[in-house]
Design a protein around this ligand. Structure first.
Ligand SMILES: O=C(O)CCC(=O)C(=O)O
Length: 215
């Protein structure tokens, strides 16, 4: 699994939303009874999830938390950017039925531990076989990048002895990030390599879009 052969298509969005509008954005994610979604996570990483939510699906629930329009619009822009700038052939926006907003606060270690999102060859979560898995294409949009060499960013490393590697920033592939960077995880980058987010000096705000396939 050579670093040189790993292909991670990237693109850049022209117009990006400021941090203020993103706080407003997370407020727009509401439950079906109109109450706001409570973010989950830790002090280092706070997450708002919409669409088919992971924890609900684990319980066998199939309720769908509508995307705020802006979340759908950004997904469409990201698909168009990856298509026009990287020549990618990506399923249409309707296929992306899960979105998380991740707010990373400064920290020194891996804020998001290395993992591989469950896939068709491994539809397991927390050690159990599930009746759904995430689709092949995972789109990331960096709305607010933590700039600089030591900034928080997405890292990828291959497995070590078949397991999750320890964070090694020198060995990792680090995607260069700026506000508006879009990346696509598919193929080996999505299914074989581990990805995670290393902590940085400042904050980072990202959107992750995934499709859900029910078995
Ligand atoms: O924040 C990111 O860019 C990546 C998020 C991610 O990999 C995940 O939530 O599984």
């Amino acid at each position: 699994m050579s670093k040189n052969t790993l292909h991670i298509p990237t693109a850049k969005l022209d117009k990006i939303f400021n941090a203020q509008s993103l706080i407003a954005l997370s407020d727009q994610i509401i439950n079906s009874d109109g109450s706001p979604i409570t973010p989950v996570g830790t002090k280092a990483r706070k997450v708002w999830e919409s669409g088919y939510r992971f924890e609900d699906m684990l319980k066998g629930e199939r309720n769908f938390i509508s995307f705020p329009k802006i979340i759908t619009d950004i997904c469409q822009k990201a698909i168009s950017a990856l298509t026009s700038q990287s020549g990618e052939n990506i399923p249409s926006v309707d296929n992306f039925t899960n979105c998380i907003i991740s707010q990373y606060n400064k920290g020194s270690n891996g804020i998001l531990k290395y993992h591989i999102d469950m896939n068709k060859d491994h539809p397991y979560a927390r050690g159990e076989l599930r009746d759904f898995h995430w689709g092949e294409h995972i789109i990331g949009v960096v709305l607010h990048a933590d700039l600089g060499k030591k900034g928080a960013r997405l890292c990828l490393q291959p497995p070590e002895n078949g397991r999750s590697p320890a964070f090694n920033y020198r060995a990792a592939i680090q995607i260069p990030e700026e506000d508006g960077t879009v990346f696509l995880l598919k193929g080996d980058a999505r299914n074989k390599w581990f990805h995670g987010v290393k902590g940085g000096k400042g904050n980072r705000l990202s959107l992750t879009y995934r499709s859900v396939e029910f078995l």
